[in-house]
Design a protein around this ligand. Structure first.
Ligand SMILES: [Zn+2]
Ligand SMILES: [Zn+2]
Ligand SMILES: [Zn+2]
Length: 169
């Protein structure tokens, strides 16, 4: 009884082993055929050699290099003949927050930086609008009343910047 069982197990193991070997061999053959096409097929399709024609030329800007596109009738293309970036030209006086240098004060207009047409900000400025002007108010604290021999002096203080001036009352 035990001998028969052993024999049966050995038989089954042998069967499994040979099955696995067969399968892997078949898989190898399949893979092999997939990666190396038969020789007659290789020669049937002549190798395409690209024939690149000069196409569109893109002019350089201050943000992007210029270049020329070369393309083949098969759809393959590449770019070459790069042209260096142009320098920014800061000749635009665009009044925008991003070009703001300083806001108007009592004595100065708002200043903005000149910019390039690409949006880059330059470093020289131009004036927009007028200075705000001082907002003077009489300061009773700093003013002095008249004394014998001295006239009263009124002192005015700018509420915005603190600038002062005095005036004989
Ligand atoms: Zn091609
Ligand atoms: Zn620019
Ligand atoms: Zn002021």
């Amino acid at each position: 009884m035990t001998m028969r069982l052993k024999k049966a197990i050995i038989y089954i193991l042998a069967a499994i082993t040979s099955f696995v070997v067969l399968c892997s061999t078949a898989a190898c053959q399949l893979l092999g055929e997939g990666t190396t096409p038969p020789e007659n097929e290789q020669t049937a399709v002549p190798e395409h050699s690209h024939d690149y024609q000069k196409g569109a030329t893109v002019a350089p800007t201050c943000k992007m290099q210029g270049y020329t596109t070369y393309s083949c009738s098969c759809g393959s293309s590449y770019t070459d003949d790069y042209v260096a970036l142009l320098k920014h030209t800061f000749d635009k006086s665009v009044v925008e927050e991003k070009h703001l240098c300083s806001k108007a004060t009592c004595t100065e207009s708002t200043l903005y930086y000149y910019s390039c047409s690409c949006g880059a900000t330059g470093d020289s400025t131009f004036k927009v609008g007028k200075a705000l002007g001082h907002d003077y108010e009489l300061s009773p604290l700093l003013s002095t009343p008249a004394t014998e021999g001295n006239a009263a002096v009124n002192v005015y203080v700018c509420q915005t910047c603190g600038d002062t001036y005095s005036q004989l009352a």
